[in-house]
Design a protein around this ligand. Sequence first.
Ligand code: NAD
Length: 352
Amino acid sequence: MDHFLYEALPMRVRFGDNSLEELPAELGALGASTALVLTTPQQADLGEQVNGLLGRAGAGVYPHAAMHVPVATVTAAREHAARVGADALICAGGGSTTGLGKAIALDSDLPIIAVPTTYAGSEMTPIWGMTEESVKRTGRNLRVLPRSVVYDPTLTVGLPVGISVTSGLNAVAHAVEALYAPDASPVLSLMAAEGVAKMLKALPRIAGDPADATGRSDALYAAWLCGAVLGATTMGLHHKLCHILGGTFDLPHAETHAIVLPYVMAFNLQSSPDALRAMEKATGSDSPATAVRKLERSLDVPPSLAAIGMPEDGIDEVVRQAVDAPYSNPRPVTESDLVGLLEAAFCGSEPE
Ligand code: NAD
């Protein structure tokens, strides 16, 4: 076995149907007494439910989380948290809501309990991001890592099938890149492979019946594993491209990840035998990229970057930015590799 360094991030997880009811106990375990609940406007009802559960420890709902974590929202939310005397934050929602909590925690040290309702995985990482005047700043800081995460699959039943599928593939992308990361290790690879296998089996079940309890439970369990390996390793070409595509053309986060994933898998896995073996096993196919693409087509994932609004003349700009920014990757990437990969993802041709 190769040399490796394994460093676990602290994590405390409660998992299971109706585990939301254990939230007051989690708040107590933190030693906190007054929690502000953060949600998006679309999930304000969930916020009220959570606030109600907390009884006297509920400091109300702040339902203004938004995509890309605008700095103005962070400032207003931090001031609101101080006004209501919050000594903890509860982020109930997807990556955008967790992102708001993290941005507040960065400057306030308020501890976070996350209640994830998508499969994005932000709750397992010390990565924060904020946007001001269209420029997104990101960083890593253990202060923003949620102290506790409550995974309650019943809260994901209302996540529309289309978002469930692309969000699940967003999680799979974390695991794929963790398998060939420079800081991969055997334990993380076990988690990543299990995350991929469980998620790929769960998504068709959810598409068949959005209330399928096993599908929802397996997908959220997989999201935990995929988020954990995202938080513990260094991502490569796939995350770099999706970051540039999302930032440059304002493309939807999870759909962009889902569409690009099979093309990066086809490009990278051949240079990483261990990751290839793990993905062959997880997909049950000797061509994991083709298997993922086939699954995506059967689950109605948009077929191409063109289909989600990327302009054709944008490829050169993405290549320029990707060439300018160093990132780790198991295979060297030339400008012409990037053009080929992006053209294929743009048109939705078969990954090679
Ligand atoms: P999101 O949080 O933007 O949510 C999308 C929409 O779905 C929102 O309107 C939300 O209210 C709604 N929604 C969420 N859960 C729902 C549910 N169960 N039922 C009904 N509606 C629900 O989307 P996301 O994909 O979870 O997060 C994407 C963002 O997270 C991106 O900005 C991305 O950069 C960030 N992210 C950060 C990290 C990190 O480590 N920092 C990791 C992954 C993603």
